[in-house]
Design a protein around this ligand. Structure first.
Ligand code: ARG
Length: 580
């Protein structure tokens, strides 16, 4: 669609005194319904500059294009209506360009090269060791992964980093609790559950006995100083927790390029502190060291505590310096909920004050918080939805549905996993990321309406039509590269067909917008709209008809849908099973 907009802008700009093609392009819009054309130029904004009424501008432009006597192209006709110049595209010309384009690009349809030679570091998921991986972390994981896929599709080199929370004073608390009430066997079996109950117990007991906090602090100092007993226990906590996280990443089908937690930067903190001191940014405050940020209306960023231990800020600054030198990133992106916005603004400012121009390439991508029907998802109270349970429930629910509806399906278990997990991911990526979510089991496990299973089912339906058309014999996949390229586009110009073609043609620009806004929900929304457009077409237009030309043309369109849905699903981290 963007291409057709460009064609129109190129035609109009010479007729508009001093108004560039880019300016016209930016004004062009898609009318809310197709009785007003497929692309439209509202002339109101031009009115002042051209000193004419919008209606007069639209009229003159229309006359101008017609006067130029061109051979028939994408534009079938125009209409000038109350200040709008509406363009009606020619369904056969557009259908030919769009469908051929998709069929010949295949897996690459929607991709671009705009990121060539640029690296984006994406810091995402980053759960905390010894704490459950909850639905809040799920959001970071699926948003981060979608951004990774989307930017890669646009030609960027992406580096996914899991910045595990594997360091900090909580480990002092855990070691204290473990030594008092823990048991190696229970730890082995219960892993994070056991660590969580130790953590909860620590806080209960510390409310009564403040001495425990001192002991916790001293254990943390011991880990920081490399005390062997402390380190051994810490390492065990890390390994047990990671093993649990891995199970979730496997289920989700998500990988990282680097799993480098906060402890990875232990030997990179000292130089940062030294540099901050050298640059006279660090100020002592009752034994602690901080960077003042009043001038920027922010609380100071604490870099060292009184006891000399480092903070979350300190590690983020060290990590950014490391990542810049290791990857020469174009952008470094951090995906967390918005409650950490201040944290990121503070330390981004510290990097800027250190004199690094690339501080402006650090980007926080915040998302809304997840609450659990009124309660907050606080680890301290042990009030958490465990993601692994959620995923398993989704898979088993889909398994039951398959048993009922399609018991003969091959690789049932695999499909149940792809669709169940997909439902959870899709649900998470449905609304704008910044919106808060009140988590409900019911919503997360609902497969009605605009959901992942609906889009996947539509994809499987397209595959099934194609399989039937080409005959099952000897074919493993529904993919038919180039098979329908020789089609007559003037046969797929009906209303539902043209609506579908236009919908397919929007894919490239939607993906690009999703990247610009760092908003994967734009792809999710696009997939639902595309599935709906396909289902309308499927309902209105019989595909496997006698007339072989009509059949080929409609199959070409179905193949276009198959490719687009598949590419889109992949961008948001969903699998596309061919049967379900
Ligand atoms: N571990 C943190 C949490 O669970 C998120 C870390 C985000 N990444 C970063 N570089 N600060 O809240």
């Amino acid at each position: 669609m963007e291409l057709f907009k460009k064609t129109i802008a190129a035609k109009l700009s010479p007729l508009l005194d001093g108004i560039s093609e880019e300016e016209v392009l930016a004004l062009l819009e898609y009318p809310p319904d197709n009785t007003m054309g497929d692309i439209s130029l509202p002339c109101f904004k031009l009115s002042k500059r051209l000193r004419k009424s919008p209606a007069a501008i639209a009229d003159e432009l229309e006359a101008g294009i017609q006067g130029r006597d061109e051979k028939p192209g994408e534009i079938a006709r125009t209409s000038s209506v109350s200040g709008y110049l509406n363009f009606y595209l020619d369904p056969a010309v557009i259908g030919d360009q769009v469908i051929s384009g998709i069929l010949s690009s295949g897996d690459r349809y929607g991709s671009q090269n705009i990121g060539k030679g640029k690296t984006i570091v994406i810091d995402f998921s980053s759960p905390n060791i010894a704490k459950p991986f909850h639905v809040g972390h799920l959001r970071s994981t699926v948003i981060g992964n979608a951004l990774y896929q989307i930017f890669s599709f646009l030609g960027y080199t992406c580096i996914g980093v899991n910045h595990l929370g594997d360091w900090g004073t909580q480990f002092g608390k855990l070691i204290t609790a473990y030594r008092m009430w823990g048991d190696p066997k229970r730890l082995e079996e219960g892993a994070i559950d056991e660590l969580l109950s130790l953590y909860v117990r620590f806080h209960e007991e510390a409310d009564k006995n403040p001495g425990l906090d001192d002991e916790a602090r001293s254990w943390f100092t011991k880990i920081e100083q490399g005390n062997p007993e402390a380190l051994k226990i810490w390492r065990e906590f890390v390994e047990l927790s990671l093993a649990e996280f891995e199970k979730i990443y496997d289920l989700l089908g998500i990988r990282f390029d680097h799993v480098t937690g906060e402890s990875f930067y232990n030997d990179k903190l000292e130089p940062v502190i030294r540099e901050l001191k050298q640059k006279e940014l660090l100020e002592e405050d009752g034994g602690a060291w901080l960077v003042r940020l009043e001038d920027y209306d922010m609380a100071p960023a604490l870099m060292l505590k009184q006891d000399g231990s480092s903070l979350y800020h300190t590690r983020d600054v060290a990590a950014a310096l490391y990542r810049k030198s290791a990857y020469q990133f174009h952008k470094a992106v951090y995906v967390t909920d918005y409650s950490q916005s201040l944290h990121f603004r503070q330390w981004f400012k510290v990097v800027e004050l250190m004199g690094y121009e690339w501080a402006e390439d650090l980007v926080h991508v915040p998302f809304g918080r997840v609450s659990l029907e009124g309660a907050s998802l606080s680890t301290r109270k042990g009030n958490v939805v465990k993601l692994e349970n959620l995923l398993h429930q989704a898979v088993s629910k889909i398994r039951d549905i398959i048993e009922q509806k399609n018991p003969g399906l091959k690789s049932k278990e695999e499909v149940a996993r792809q669709v169940g997990v997909g439902a959870v991911i899709f649900n998470d990526l449905s609304a704008n990321r910044i919106k808060d979510i009140v988590f409900s089991w019911e919503d997360a496990l609902s497969f009605e309406g605009e959901t992942g299973p609906y889009v996947q089912y539509t994809y499987a339906r397209a595959c099934s039509v194609l399989r039937k058309a080409v005959g099952e014999a000897g074919r493993k996949t529904a993919a038919a590269p180039g098979q329908f390229l020789d089609f007559n586009s003037s046969l797929v110009t009906g209303e539902a067909e043209f609506a579908l073609v236009k919908q397919l043609s929007l894919f490239t620009e939607r993906v690009e917008q999703a990247a610009t806004k760092m908003e994967p929900s734009m792809v999710t929304r696009y997939l639902v709209d595309t599935a709906q457009a396909f289902n309308r077409f499927y309902h209105d237009c019989p595909i496997l008809v006698e007339d072989s030309d009509l059949r080929t043309a409609r199959l070409a369109l179905v193949e276009g849908v198959r490719i687009t849905l598949r590419n889109g699903l992949k961008l948001i981290g969903l699998q596309a099973p061919e049967e379900m």
